[in-house]
Design a protein around this ligand. Structure first.
Ligand code: SAH
Length: 262
């Protein structure tokens, strides 16, 4: 049985088993004695990474795969996963995670479909109370964007949102030629581990609006991109002449508090 890689599903199957092993080994969330951590693999494809996750006895693994042909392949080749109903056929972005994982899903892992990796991270943020660690392979540029701090050109909306709640480690870069078919871009593996922030100490919905609206006008200074919030504000405010990429997460929080104190 052979699954033909489908471009529209972002299918690039990993061929190098050492890299699959290395991704699986990068999960390091502590586990309570005698227990296992629920781990959800997004996009298992033909199970290249799955087999190594199954070897990790600290994990209670389930996989979510949208491609019916891959699901069938997994059912045949990983009968234990199938018998224990650990293969979920469907779209991760649409799935009601709390229904499938009522006791939480602390770990998310996968060689993500690159075309939807940002949407996957936004869904992780929606579930930041449940998700304690994400270990994933994504396009290198996206990995840099997420891991980089203020003052770099890659820093953006997703970096601010994710860095507010997760410690982010860029683990290693992966070459195109370890995939079938090779993607056009380099890849990278990153690890996100939930920090202990439960609340940002500001109006979080205003925070999200401010981050989005300022980065949507990335080259403009805050006093222009956020003009509508700044009406009647004293001009000496220290953020006014800055561009969004110069503001740290803490700066955005401070800015939110200044603007909501109005
Ligand atoms: N983990 C495998 C496959 C990676 S390719 C490997 O490393 O070889 C990405 C996989 O994600 C593909 O199998 C694709 O079918 C699957 N996928 C794409 N969109 C998805 C979605 N919305 N939900 C779940 N799986 C998806």
């Amino acid at each position: 049985m052979y699954v033909k890689p489908k471009k529209k599903l972002g299918q690039h199957f990993l061929v190098d088993l050492k890299i699959a092993q290395r991704i699986a080994d990068s999960i390091n969330l502590p586990v309570e004695e005698g227990k296992k951590n629920v781990c959800v693999e997004i996009g298992p494809g033909t199970g290249v990474l799955t087999q190594f996750l199954m070897d990790n006895k600290d994990l209670d693994l389930s996989v979510i795969e949208i491609d019916e042909e891959s699901v069938e392949y997994l059912m045949v080749n990983y009968p234990s996963l199938y018998q224990e109903q650990r293969i979920i056929g469907g779209d991760f972005l649409q799935l009601d995670m709390k229904k499938y994982f009522p006791n939480g899903f602390p770990i998310i892992c996968g060689n993500f479909p690159y075309n939807i990796s940002s949407q996957i991270f936004f869904k992780v943020l929606d579930h930041k109370d449940e998700v304690k660690q994400v270990v994933c392979m994504i396009q290198r540029e996206v990995a840099q964007r997420i891991a980089n701090h203020e003052g770099t050109k890659e820093y953006g909306i997703l970096s601010v949102f994710l860095q507010a709640y997760y410690d982010i480690e860029y683990l290693f870069t992966v070459d195109e030629n370890v995939f079938n078919p090779p993607p056009k871009v380099k890849s990278a593996v990153i690890r996100l581990t939930r920090n202990n922030v439960t609340n940002l100490g500001c109006d979080e919905s205003l925070f999200r609006r401010i981050v989005k609206e300022s980065f949507n006008l990335r080259r403009k200074m805050i006093r222009n991109s956020l003009a509508k919030y700044l009406k009647g504000r004293p001009e000496e405010e220290r953020f006014l002449m800055m561009r969004p990429e110069q503001l740290s997460v803490q700066d955005f929080i401070e800015l939110t508090n200044i603007l909501s104190a109005q």
